[in-house]
Write a protein that binds this ligand. Structure first.
Ligand code: AMP
Length: 192
C-alpha cells in the first residue's frame, strides 16, 4: 500500500498532481477541501458548519475535519492506498491520521511538499478564481489569510513527518509534467 500525503500551500498544485498520481498508482484521492465543498453544495449540517470557516480562509475545527476524513477512509477500505490532499493541516490531525492508519494495519508511506513561493501562489489562486467559482479564491485578503494559516498552523506537520524520516520536498514550479516526474521519482525511490 502507498499512503501518500500531498502537502504544500494553497495553490501549489496538489489537486492537479493528485489527479495524475491516482492514475499512475491506482490510489484513492481524498481532498478534505473537496469533501467540504461537496457538503456545502448539498447544504448538509456539516457543510453549514464548515461554510463560515471556509469563507474566512480559516481552518474548520479539527474534530469536524477528522470525523469527516475518518468516515471517508472507513467507507473505502479495499483500495491500493490513499492520497491525502489538504489533510492533515494541524498536528492533532496528523496524530489522528497516524492512529487511523494503524487501525487499518498500515501507515503513512511519506509526505511530499510542493514548494512554491508566496507571490507565485497568490497569482495562481487569483487566476484559478476566475473559473473555479470558489469565493475563497477570489479575494486577495482571504487568499493571503489562507497562506498565513498554512505557514503558522500547517507547516509544523512537515516537521512532524520529518521526525519520522518521511518528509520530502519537491520544486513545485515548472510544467505539470515536470512536477509530476519529480513526484514519481520521490515515490519510486522512497515508497514503492
Ligand atoms: P482547500 O481546498 O484544501 O484549499 O481547502 C479549502 C478550505 O477548506 C480551507 O481554507 C479550510 O477552510 C477548509 N479545509 C480543507 N481541509 C481542511 C483541513 N484539513 N482542516 C481544516 N480545514 C480544512
Amino acid at each position: 500500500m502507498i499512503n501518500l500525503i500531498l502537502f504544500g500551500p494553497p495553490g501549489s498544485g496538489k489537486g492537479t498532481q493528485a489527479a495524475k498520481l491516482v492514475q499512475q498508482y491506482d490510489l484513492l484521492h481524498i481532498s478534505t477541501g473537496d469533501l467540504f465543498r461537496y457538503e456545502m453544495g448539498n447544504n448538509t449540517p456539516l457543510g453549514q458548519r464548515a461554510k463560515s470557516y471556509m469563507e474566512k480562509g480559516e481552518l474548520v475545527p479539527d474534530e469536524v475535519t477528522i470525523g469527516m476524513l475518518r468516515n471517508k477512509v472507513e467507507a473505502n477500505p479495499d483500495v491500493e492506498g490513499y492520497i491525502f490532499d489538504g489533510f492533515p493541516r494541524t498536528i492533532p490531525q496528523a496524530g489522528a491520521l497516524d492512529n487511523l492508519m494503524k487501525e487499518l494495519f498500515t501507515e503513512i508511506s511519506g509526505l511530499i511538499m510542493l514548494d512554491v513561493d508566496d507571490d507565485e501562489i497568490v497569482n495562481r489562486i487569483l487566476e484559478r478564481g476566475k473559473s473555479s467559482g470558489r469565493p475563497d479564491d477570489n479575494d486577495e485578503t482571504i487568499v493571503r489569510k489562507r497562506i498565513e494559516i498554512y505557514r503558522s498552523e500547517t507547516t509544523p506537520v512537515f516537521d512532524f513527518y520529518a521526525a519520522q524520516g518521511k518528509a520530502h520536498k519537491v520544486n513545485g514550479i515548472g510544467s505539470i509534467e515536470a512536477i509530476f516526474d519529480r513526484l514519481c521519482k520521490v515515490i519510486e525511490e522512497t515508497m514503492d
